[in-house]
Design a protein around this ligand. Sequence first.
Ligand code: ADP
Ligand code: MG
Length: 750
Amino acid sequence: MLKLKDVSKFYYNKGLIATGFTKINLELKMGEFVVITGESGSGKSTLLNVLSGLDSYEEGEMYINGEETSHYTEKDFEDYRRKYIANIFQSFNLVNSYTVYQNVELVMLLNGYKKSQVKQKVLDIIEKVGLTEFKNTKVSKLSGGQKQRVAIARAMIKETPIIVADEPTGNLDSASSKDVIELLKKVAKDRLVIVVTHNIEQVEEYATRIIKMHDGRIIENKEIKKVNIPEEVEESKYTKITTANKYRLGIRNTFNIVPKFLLLFAVFLFITVALLSEYASFSQTEYEANKAGHNFFFNDLSPERIIIKKSDKTPFFSEDYEKIRSIESVNYIIKDDIVLDSTIIANNQEEGIHIYGNLRQTELYKGNLTAGRMPENIDEIIVEIPQSYYYVRNGAEGILNKKFTLKSDYRNLNENEEESYNVKIVGVQLYEPSYSFSSYGSDVNIYASEQYLQTYRKDLNQKYSNIKTLFAGKYYESQDWNSYFKIIPSSKVPLGAAVVSNDANYSFKDNSARNKALKIELENIYYKEELNLKVSNTYTKNSFTRITGYKDYDQNNGAVFINEEDYKSLFNKPSYQSSVFIKDEKDLEETLLKLEELGLLARPVKDFKVNEGKEILQIIKIFKLVVTVVLILALFFISYFIIRIILKSRNVYFTTLRMLGATNKNVKRILDIELFINSSIAYFSFIIFILLNRFEILNIEFIKTLLKFLSLREYILMYIILIIMSWLISRRFSKRIFKKSAIKTYNEEV
Ligand code: ADP
Ligand code: MG
């Protein structure tokens, strides 16, 4: 069955060579009970390891069942061990954290049998070695003799043709030794049993051959009894381990040593928390980088704002607004959106209060009032103002419930303001300024009614239009900064008429402007309009107030006064551009599509943002990314070293699996599964913890940030990263164990 011809085994150790044994010649047949003796260090164990394919040899020829083995690969020896060999060791080599039953069952699971299939057989064999009452006891609790009986049971169940036992009684008292030898003899039957022992007396009556070794050589090889068993060898059957069994063992290993489970759980929990919070902080930086930036045309840069125009360039009519309003994601429509991007001044003449702020429509207010209430009438406004602002430094009372006039800028000419310009502040929100220059404009927001915004738009239409007046054969352009040919509405001027300054008389040969034609041509980016008027009167310093209804002659001299209705026909146009505010930023893309389906040009306001510090932000982002990657790598190595220390005690376990016939690949897979289960448990425990905060059963600030910056996609991504990390850790760890042969790892560990 086994034959050695001049076989030698050397150990190479840091440049030194030690001899395991030299030039051994040996032939062993089925049915033999071979006893090997010899003093310590004579090479007995080395010989057994070579015979059982656990270790390699350097010289000579070894035949297994007549086949020469010099060309055998690692895989061939794995096969050989699984088909032929069952090992019993002096130190038992059992899995201490498994029960007796699980230890015996393990061989069968590793060799592709189903759990249910082997149950009866395992119980029978446990019965045979007399351990039935201990079948559910953990091996670590057994005595030496009991342990060795478990090892024999494990060797028996595999039904291999060869049993190799290296000093099986070395750690046992003489009574237990006797039991063990007797058991071995019972097992022997038609098999080939090779036993190393010092107690020849105990084995003498069973031995068929006694071999004595000395200094790496066989000095005596005595056949005591002849055996007549035909050389017909029945190989032990095995198949690949089933996937179910890999998972069964992976799960069993996850939980069978509680402190190890808890330690690994703690490490994986740490990785999970570190990964998620690092990623959340990365998202936060990115979010803030996106929020920064400004724009010189639009000062309301809300992410919910979409600017719309009709693609046929006509103004918006109420039916257009109806259609837009029917889109589900739309929250408000601000018809006169141009005013959202203007700044305005609220004046209280008596107390000398001047508040400069962005004009907003009341519906856009999302905050919480510090004092006062929401507006109920069209002439009521609310103000959002930094608490450090001069007029509110002693609280909101400084401005609350006071009357103000709203003006587009300091140069507004109107002294006798229209009714609708008079407003009252009914609500104030004080806030802590954040010093991020997120929008161009003021840090004060003034919220007014839609009706007021409409009135105000007329002024803006004038401000943003190019207005030319054809008079006395010449064109005069209205300028924003002076009164010369400025167009001002007046209730004192009849329809179709214009009132001009007395100075204009001198432009005509007859020194009279009266009844002369005056044509106003207006053009802005949205529309063109013209108005043909006749001069009905001229004003002087003295007659100014009587004729025009305004007070300040010096400031207004040169202006053209026209009837209010004519003024409206020039400027009171429906909107050509509006803004839509959506309920949720997330619906942006979808809403854009729907608006386009309605024939509108739609652009989110954020598309107009310019980011001056873009390069710097880019650099910060890259830097942050590098930090994140370095952190994840550091995390990986720290975790790896901790896990390696935790798993180090498991070396013996993995080596045992290999000796029992598990292939390297399968041992790795079982470890993968164990770490996968453990890391998943850690991850999902943390997710449950997050969910408790999500549903406000717990309330932890740090978790709230995570919730804000991580979405389902990121949770999945982080889970995948964690699983990949645990897989890499498992791979690195098993690579280290498998670098050495099973027996070498084993010898080092035991
Ligand atoms: P025995 O089992 O008879 O006590 P061994 O087979 O263990 O003896 O050892 C035989 C010889 O091989 C001894 O000289 C021992 O020092 C040497 N040897 C055994 N294992 C190793 C090893 N891993 N590395 C180096 N030398 C070894
Ligand atoms: Mg030995």
